[in-house]
Design a protein around this ligand. Structure first.
Ligand SMILES: [Ca+2]
Ligand SMILES: [Ca+2]
Ligand SMILES: [Ca+2]
Length: 285
């Protein structure tokens, strides 16, 4: 309760400052105030009775080849802990819509651009929790379905072809807090909070600590390993999920996620494909 009151006071004072300086709607993306980033803990569970014996690491996966991959199947998000407060599924919001703003890369081998949808290897056979579909040419509905479940293996992986990838994730009720899980702590992403008028009211570049000029990762590891199946020749045998939470100065329904990828070279901007699960907190009571 103390922290909510404190944040409310901060929120009001921040608004007071805003109102005496510039109209809130006038921010350009690169002028908007930073979203506040914070770490949180993930509470997750797996189906201990799911038979993983048939899922072995393929040849070429170094020391693991031929061994059973015990990380396959579903990983169900049961809650998060933020500053000592636990938020169960009922206090979390799933995405209700995803809009593709831009995806101009070309993947000549696998089809589509940079956006994909995927789920844990074997997750479609594990009844612990549902998941979206796997696709290299996902529709907005496919992207929404990837996020609109509590399966932390059901994600939107972004490939690393040259181009710009922008999508917007919307929630039914306004929220000031969005939660990201990234597979591998590998992939930067620009996160922008978008208000009802379409204005950017907060913006933060989340970093993975690689090719970031010595800046540290914004993410924090969870110890949870997830696999990904997109299609039969496009799988990931397992990487640790990393997390970061972002808080806006006021509640919004929509967060815009951007990944840039320029050709390699001096000073090239390369976010290296953030592979994300995106949820939000429910509105404050
Ligand atoms: Ca499942
Ligand atoms: Ca990644
Ligand atoms: Ca980076």
């Amino acid at each position: 309760m103390t922290s909510i009151l404190w944040r409310t006071a901060l929120h009001l004072s921040a608004l007071a400052v805003l109102s005496t300086t510039v109209p809130a709607a006038s921010f350009a993306a690169d002028e908007a105030p930073a979203l506040t980033t914070f770490n949180f803990q993930t509470i997750a569970s797996r189906n201990t009775s799911f038979d993983r014996a048939a899922f072995v690491y393929p040849a070429g996966t170094a020391a693991n080849a031929g061994k059973v991959n015990t990380d396959v199947g579903d990983v169900r998000l049961d809650g998060v802990v933020i500053n000592g407060t636990t938020y169960g599924q009922a206090q979390l919001q799933l995405a209700t819509a995803v809009k593709i703003v831009k995806d101009d890369a070309v993947d000549a081998t696998r089809g589509g651009g940079n956006l994909t949808t995927g789920y844990g290897i074997g997750a479609d056979k594990d009844n612990w929790v549902g998941q979206g579909v796997g696709s290299t040419t996902p529709t907005p509905a496919n992207l929404k379905d990837a996020l609109a479940n509590f399966n932390l293996t059901s994600i939107i992986p972004v490939r690393e072809n040259i181009g710009t990838t922008v999508y917007e994730v919307s929630f039914e009720r306004p929220t000031d807090t969005v939660l990201l899980w990234e597979r591998g702590n590998s992939g930067d992403v620009l996160v922008e909070a978008i208000d009802a008028r379409g204005a950017v009211i907060g913006s933060t570049l989340v970093l993975d600590g690689a090719n970031d000029g010595g800046k540290p990762s914004t993410y924090k590891g969870t110890g949870i390993i997830v696999t990904t199946y997109v299609k039969d020749d496009f799988l990931n045998q397992g990487q640790e999920l990393a997390t970061v939470g972002l808080r806006a100065g006021e509640p919004v329904n929509t967060f815009r996620l951007t990944a840039l990828q320029q050709a390699e070279g001096p000073n090239a901007v390369r976010y290296n494909g953030p592979d994300l699960k995106v949820l939000a907190l429910s509105p404050r009571q």
